[in-house]
Design a protein around this ligand. Structure first.
Ligand SMILES: *Cc1c(COP(=O)(O)O)cnc(C)c1O
Length: 403
């Protein structure tokens, strides 16, 4: 008889967004007239920019003619896109070549799949609070030990608290990990890391032989000087860091699906190359991102595409600023929202994250995301996002100022 994978069975249900959805629909049913404003969304809302739409149309037409039709895309990505991405790194002064870039359908799948090329008994370290994909994918791989339902932690995972005290940048862990997941600018806290701080992580990883899995999905939202746009700005990162990137939050590709992972050839362990293993894995399990989508990605990387998508990024950033400034003026303690579409606020009067969720929903008809859903150290915090419309963002904040 076939048995199901016990690692998958161990995985607790994902309660956060389903509980939010249930509570919101129950409220709506009881109060059909309520004018709900949703600031919980982690998805973009603006349409794809004109330059990209034009590239999509052109690529679709090419598919309809024998001379320009394309079948399977190369497993690792079309050279035109890999070269355009490598050129971006060169412009930033980072050493990354096109054969170190692996085009994919997004950073969620890459961040979940990358663990496959590492030893089954690798110890992982994650921030707390954290984007849940890093932990769950390692649970599925049987790497995380036993689950403690009382505090929602796994026995073999090294948790690195990110708190107001450490500026939401984790301290080096006491136990030595093999794989370190970092995400900056961060989801959910909206905060980021300085180049000096990131350099310390790179030095640490090189010292202990660990590999950093660096999720830079929100890189386009960096507005301040002196912040690293890529981990390869740090010296020595090529021997210890894999970078995950996405077109989702930068160019509104959450529905189109496009991302990439950078695996430098200098990451070699036990004589084997991570770059070669990821190429082998990609070639076996992935048959290439659609040609049409890769052409759309190429358009994002042109000067005109960049201008158009960055205008949208600035729109979301203005919303995040509006939330941050409005709530600060009203006496809330607020983090993030400057180099990120996310604002992370402390709940007033030491309320729990879920109590504050209920209060905001019932008193102000605003939907956000309880911080405790991202990990134990998210308790007492709450996430709002700049992905709504400016008008709704302003209305929501003026409601919250009167709470
Ligand atoms: C949204 C997001 C991603 C990107 O996901 P895609 O699969 O590329 O859409 C990756 N990491 C984090 C932390 C995110 O919030």
């Amino acid at each position: 008889m076939a048995e199901l994978n016990e690692n998958f069975i161990k995985l607790p249900g994902s309660y956060l967004f389903s509980t939010v959805a249930k509570k919101v629909s129950a409220y709506q049913e009881a109060h059909p007239q309520a004018d709900l404003i949703r600031l919980g969304i982690g998805d973009v809302t603006k349409p794809i920019v004109p330059v990209v739409i034009e590239a999509l149309h052109k690529a679709v037409d090419e598919m309809g003619h024998a001379e320009t039709f394309r079948g399977y895309a190369p497993d690792l990505g079309y050279p035109f896109l890999r070269e355009a991405i490598a050129a971006e790194y060169t412009r930033r002064g980072c050493e990354v070549s096109s054969d170190e870039i692996f085009v994919s359908d997004g950073a969620k799948s890459d961040s979940a799949n990358i663990q496959e090329i590492f030893a089954p008994d690798s110890r992982i370290a994650v921030c707390d609070p954290v984007y849940p994909v890093y932990v769950d994918s390692n649970v599925m791989a049987g790497r995380t030990g036993d689950y403690d339902a009382a505090d929602g932690t796994w026995s073999r995972v090294i948790y690195m608290p990110c708190t107001a005290e450490n500026g939401f940048v984790p301290e080096l862990p006491k136990e030595t990990p093999d794989l370190i997941y970092l995400c900056f600018p961060n989801n959910p806290t909206g905060t980021t890391i300085t180049k000096e701080q990131l350099q310390q992580w790179v030095d640490y990883a090189n010292r202990v032989g660990a590999v950093i899995l660096y999720d830079a999905a929100y890189e386009a939202y960096i507005t301040e000087e002196g912040l690293p746009h890529s981990i390869y700005e740090c010296e020595g990162a090529r021997s210890c860091a894999i970078e995950l990137k996405s077109f989702s939050k930068k160019a509104g590709f959450t529905g189109l699906r496009l991302g990439y992972t950078v695996v430098p050839k200098e990451i070699v362990r036990g004589g084997a190359s991570a770059n070669a293993l990821w190429a082998r894995r990609h070639g076996t399990k992935y048959n290439g991102t659609p040609y049409i989508i890769q052409r759309a990605g190429e358009a994002v990387l042109t000067p005109e595409g960049d201008r158009e998508v960055m205008e949208q990024v600035r729109y979301y950033l203005r919303n995040a600023r509006t939330i941050r400034d409005g709530l600060t003026a009203a006496g809330y303690t607020v983090y993030g929202g400057v180099n990120s579409p996310y604002v992370w606020l402390k709940t007033p009067d030491h309320m729990s994250s879920w109590d504050f969720f209920d209060l905001l929903l019932s008193e102000k008809n605003i939907v956000g995301t309880p911080g405790s859903g991202f990990g134990p150290h998210g308790e007492g915090y709450f996430r709002l996002t700049g992905f709504g419309t400016y008008e709704n963002t302003e209305r929501a904040i003026s409601r919250m100022q009167k709470l």
